[in-house]
Design a protein around this ligand. Structure first.
Ligand SMILES: O=C(O)[C@H](CS(=O)(=O)O)OP(=O)(O)O
Length: 247
């Protein structure tokens, strides 16, 4: 059983990304934390879109779904909610269907092989997502890949350190797990940038502070607060969106 880390979704195009791998997608600030909280808040179905246009068009095709997301951190016109995990944590989404589109995180799911197992990971569900990924990997003799969403194509320190935290957690649970060089590097980064030092160096953290979303930053840096593992179930035929449910 092997663990490999892609620090950027673009790296997936440089190799023949194995369709059988279990992919944990990380966008710690904020998309995969938001997805985790949406599951906690009782959302029935969460659909993710690659672009705002795709999300708007899907919302028109199938009315009744809440439109959520951001463009450069701001809630786009016509959307019901932004991409704030701290806000969603205080909403009752019981039985609701939601559409989420964000600048980096939701796109990263589409970069993974079409029929692969895709899970949302973050600091907030680290224990749960790693336990789940290891269980499937063991039962089905598969490898695990972590995909960092990165930031507009550039390396993102918070995703890489979160990948290191997940890698360390998995290594401690399963000493037989074989770590690629990239996983060792991610663990080293995690250890080199503990909180609150990470906040000083991660551009996304500084951006959240600049837009007055310190509460989202605090939320995204909480470890192991959720048992939810948002999992891609299928691609919706009619809209092309990816449907996620709590595993
Ligand atoms: O909403 C976010 O925090 C970011 C937007 S940006 O990259 O900071 O402009 O989107 P995400 O897809 O969650 O990285």
């Amino acid at each position: 059983m092997q663990l490999n880390i892609f620090f950027n979704p673009a790296e997936l195009t440089l190799v023949e990304a194995p369709a059988r791998d279990i992919y944990i997608v990380i966008d710690a600030m904020r998309a995969t934390t938001t997805l985790t909280v949406m599951c906690d808040a009782g959302a029935k179905q969460i659909l993710i879109a690659q672009t705002i246009e795709q999300a708007l068009s899907a919302a028109q095709s199938i009315p009744g779904r809440l439109l959520c997301g951001e463009s450069h951190t701001q809630t786009p016109p016509g959307f019901d909610y932004g991409n704030s995990p701290a806000l969603f944590a205080n909403l009752d989404l019981m039985g609701r269907d939601l559409i989420l589109t964000t600048s980096n995180g939701t796109r990263a799911f589409f970069a993974c092989p079409e029929h692969s197992t895709r899970l949302a990971g973050c600091f907030y569900n680290a224990e749960a997502v790693t336990a789940y990924a290891l269980r499937i990997a063991r039962e089905q003799q598969r490898n695990i890949s972590i995909v960092c969403a990165a930031e507009y194509g550039y390396f993102a320190l918070e995703d890489a350190t979160c990948a290191g935290y997940l890698a360390l957690t998995m290594q401690q649970r399963s000493p037989e797990l074989q770590l690629h060089d990239n996983a060792h590097a991610a663990i080293t980064l995690y250890e080199a940038y503990p909180f609150p030092k990470l906040i000083e160096y991660a551009q996304s953290a500084r951006d959240l502070i600049a837009i007055g979303q310190q509460r989202d930053l605090d939320f995204c840096l909480q470890k192991d607060g959720s048992d939810s593992v948002p999992t891609v179930i299928k691609r919706e035929q009619e809209t092309g969106l990816l449907l996620l449910q709590r595993a």
